[in-house]
Design a protein around this ligand. Sequence first.
Ligand code: FES
Ligand code: FES
Length: 175
Amino acid sequence: MTQPVALTINGRRRDDHVEPRLLLVHYLREVAGLTGTHIACDTSQCGACTVLIDGEAVKSCSVFAVQANDREVTTIEGLAEGGTLHPVQQAFWNEHGLQCGFCTPGFIMAAAYLLKQNPTPTEEEIERGLEGNLCRCTGYENIRKAVRSASRAMSGAKDEASAQLVGSAVAPVED
Ligand code: FES
Ligand code: FES
């Protein structure tokens, strides 16, 4: 017996009928065709399947597709905007924050969530924010480097934007 599920994935609404026991990760990969979300364990430990549900990082192998009904899901495919990589994606690229790349989508989603919550995390907060993700290639040092670099890029961009805002607010009026 199937059940209707209606959700928005990366800004696009979908309506499907699925088995109630279908996991969200399988729904994303096999029904929606979004294979950027990976599966690297069957114990909900690796974090390779991390996506955002209503902006919150969730291991998509730990929820049923029907539990995402009426929610907004963002996958790695939806992170870039208008052809521009998300700063976390760009930082992973710049800092070589990957080796085989299998864990990378999950790390990027978890890091994007971490930096949204806390744009300037300490080392300890980065460790804690990524503790639900495993890299079998053990490339943790470059992953942390990438998160630090994304944090600088994101908070720098914000500083610049607010400086411009303040600057324009106090700009002297020309005679
Ligand atoms: Fe979801 Fe490993 S596949 S945590
Ligand atoms: Fe290979 Fe992380 S880069 S598992």
